[in-house]
Design a protein around this ligand. Sequence first.
Ligand SMILES: Cc1cc2nc3c(=O)[nH]c(=O)nc-3n(C[C@H](O)[C@H](O)[C@H](O)COP(=O)(O)O)c2cc1C
Length: 254
Amino acid sequence: MIEKLLNRRSHRAFLETKIDIKDIDLIKKITLQAPTAGNLTLYSIIEVESQVIKDKLSVLCDNQKMISKAPHVWVFVADFHRWLKYFEYSNTEEKTNIPIRTPSLGDFHLAMQDTMIAAQTSTIAIDELGYGSCYVGDIIENFEQVQELLNLPQHAVPATMLIFGTPKKTLTEPRVRPDAESIFFKDTYKEQTKEEIERTYSKHEEGARKSHTLPFDNTGTIADQFYLRKYSSEFMKEMNRSANVFLKKWCEKQ
Ligand SMILES: Cc1cc2nc3c(=O)[nH]c(=O)nc-3n(C[C@H](O)[C@H](O)[C@H](O)COP(=O)(O)O)c2cc1C
């Protein structure tokens, strides 16, 4: 388990065959055992089996073809809808004489925390059973179309997506990460100096420099690379537009 966690990698290419149903059931059981705020289970998980839906998601999530090909695609949805319906079915408003308030950003954040913890618990279970997975953060793009495609009610918003299966090739070499002292602060937030921030990503930069993938003829920094490839990209613009839409809709009165 410890070795697996220390060497964990994302896998994007899988064999076509599906994972044995007994293992899928076990992954579900372990996922549901994840910590959840107030034991409320503020999420739903949509198992996408339809190839038509997989193909559409593949386009909507920044044209990532690996989604179409993945044997298993789970969309993790931050879900307050179930509890709002339960209040309604239970006549809670009348019984308590407290008007039902519109869900707000605190509710959203709590549900989001729950959902991501469930997703990460799934990835650990998937790895532990000898399979592989990759997150797809781009599921938060094109909200209006994803909402329609997955038939999502107002208070059920995609948090993340996992694709998983049996890796074509098992990757065991862990990717570089910052050192602990760059990321863990004692007691309060620590403003870092130029040198400290550079040190945080120095191993990333060294690797990229060696493989000649840094911008400006390989003289640039990891900051330049992130800025050019991601931060100023169209897909991140879309991600932010889409997130603004679902956050606004979440807080709208029903
Ligand atoms: C929130 C989140 C979103 C991600 N979205 C994508 C994605 O859309 N496409 C992709 O290929 N990888 C995605 N990844 C995987 C990361 O690129 C990967 O974790 C990172 O490059 C480090 O590699 P490793 O997981 O093999 O250590 C995502 C990971 C996280 C945690």
